[in-house]
Design a protein around this ligand. Sequence first.
Ligand SMILES: NC(=O)c1ccc[n+]([C@@H]2O[C@H](COP(=O)([O-])OP(=O)(O)OC[C@H]3O[C@@H](n4cnc5c(N)ncnc54)[C@H](O)[C@@H]3O)[C@@H](O)[C@H]2O)c1
Ligand SMILES: O=P(O)(O)OC[C@H](O)CO
Length: 339
Amino acid sequence: MAYQKIGVVGGGAWGTALAQSARRAGRDVLLWAYELETVEEINEHRTNRVYLPSVTLDRGIRATAKTAEMATCDLLLMTVPTQFTRAISAEIGPYLKEGTPVLACAKGFEQETQLFLTDVLAHTLPSAILGVLSGPSFAAEVARNLPTALTLAVEDEALGRELAEALGHRNFRLYWTDDVRGVQIGGAVKNVLAIAAGIVVGRALGDSAHAAVTTRGFAELRRFGVALGGQPETLTGLSGLGDLMLTCSSTKSRNMSLGKALGKGRTLEDVLGTRRSVSEGVYTAGAVVELARKHEVEMPICAAVHEVLSERMSIDAAIESLLSRPARAEPEPLARSAG
Ligand SMILES: NC(=O)c1ccc[n+]([C@@H]2O[C@H](COP(=O)([O-])OP(=O)(O)OC[C@H]3O[C@@H](n4cnc5c(N)ncnc54)[C@H](O)[C@@H]3O)[C@@H](O)[C@H]2O)c1
Ligand SMILES: O=P(O)(O)OC[C@H](O)CO
């Protein structure tokens, strides 16, 4: 098998679940974790209690604290949260073999630069073949081997099929595409929209309001995605609409539950202070709003979330701003960016 040794970069919930899944696919797995205690716990006890509790890990998963060792792998899955991806991948870059496939598995845009993750990785891992793995998937469910379907994107479709075959198995179905940008757009924007959906739930605005914010949120995601070069079919696929549906509808989502807590009146600082896990929408909202401004795409829900997270607007004022927008026609043509 060409891609026998899989390197998982990141020992959070997602990296640990992907490591477990890769073992089910029959691959050898080396996992890099940031915290030395996570490395030791995985190697000695086969658990990762902080990030993925209640899961016994396969004996074939070996953990390491040395980033350079990851360059010995045939394929890398980058799972560290988006804002740490540049620093960690830069440590691996000098050692990586020419042409090693590297899949971005985190979701979001780099806060400072508004870059897509594959654009960040193009700087730090110039010798890699870059792609994306994204879609509706809770780590705890993947770790339990519950059926899940995701999208794997690389420009070369033949390689996409090979990688999907190397990582996929009965309960981890991978669909491939060449739309590397489109797949990243869904994963990044849905987290911001899930915060909005959570606020609706926390404020007890009702199921109809929840459906409205999810659907109008999807209209924003689609407009933004097309303006930034994604294919419309990708935006309605697993990595777009699919992940939006999952994340907006379940309190298992960190982003949705964070929005719910805000809606109930807790402060952002208070919610983040009680979590070690990442809620990517908090860090990506500003980049989405800035990219939308540059590309002249109107995204009122994402903008309202950003205002609330930045504490420039109260939740009540944000709700009022959305409800008082002028009525307009539906559906809207895809090419149009205003909305
Ligand atoms: N958890 C899921 O269900 C899931 C599913 C699909 C995609 N993702 C995406 O995967 C990415 C990682 O999420 P997660 O759930 O694995 O994370 P997590 O919330 O479980 O853990 C946080 C991670 O951040 C790491 N970390 C903390 N400080 C760091 C630093 N300074 N440098 C490097 N790493 C540091 C920790 O070691 C840990 O691995 C996110 O972009 C998330 O959106 C998560
Ligand atoms: O818990 P969340 O909100 O980070 O969502 C996890 C995954 O991205 C769902 O596909």
